[in-house]
Every structure is written in structure tokens, then in C-alpha cells.
Write a protein of this length. Structure first.
Length: 112
């Protein structure tokens, strides 16, 4: 699965206007930074936070074509809704890694 589906980003651009994409993408990238920082916070209830951000990420990641991030968010959100156990440490690490990789990929795209 791709970190970035350029077709979806192009589709978003045509729907909302090319000039609006950088503004919204900047907000999305800043949210990823905040998520990463919060996921590294040892004083936070990480299970609850993972559930919270995954619910939010499902739609924003899908809108921006962040397919791998969207897939992980959907998987975690579905487990949470079904009341299934989540391996918090493993999921937290996977989410931080994927958020970081996705953020770097988008920053590379913006630098072009």
C-alpha cells in the first residue's frame, strides 16, 4: 500500500481548488506532528488517544491520499468499536512510524 496516492491528492485539488491544497495540507502535516508528539508522551493514556486519533485520521488521511495511514487508522478504529484488545505499545510504535514516514513523503512532495 502506498504512503501517498497522488491521484487522490490531484482529485482533492480539482474539488477544492489548487490554491487551497497547500493550506489544508499544511494543517494536516501539523496535525501529524502533534499526533507524533502526543504518542510519545508517556503521561497520556495512549490507548484512548490512539482510538481518538484513529477516528479523526480515517477521513483526513483518506482525503489526502495517505493510504497506508488511512488503512491503519481504519483497522485500529474498527478494533476499538468492536471492543477488541489493542496492543498499545506495538500500535503506538506503528502509528508513530507511519505518521513520520507519511509526513516526510508529503514534505518531499511540497518541496518539488
Amino acid at each position: 500500500m502506498e504512503l501517498l496516492n497522488k491521484h487522490k491528492l490531484d482529485q482533492l485539488s480539482s474539488e477544492i481548488g489548487v490554491s487551497n491544497v497547500p493550506i489544508l495540507l499544511d494543517i494536516f502535516l501539523n496535525e501529524m506532528v502533534q499526533y507524533i508528539e502526543a504518542l510519545k508522551d508517556e503521561d497520556r493514556d495512549q490507548e484512548a488517544y490512539l482510538k481518538e486519533i484513529c477516528h479523526a485520521l480515517k477521513s483526513s488521511a483518506a482525503s489526502f491520499g495517505a493510504e497506508s495511514l488511512c488503512a491503519l487508522a481504519i483497522e485500529i478504529d474498527a478494533k476499538a468499536k468492536l471492543g477488541e484488545m489493542i496492543d498499545v505499545a506495538e500500535t503506538q510504535e506503528a502509528m508513530i512510524t507511519l505518521l513520520t514516514q507519511t509526513q516526510q513523503r508529503y514534505q518531499t512532495l511540497l518541496a518539488k
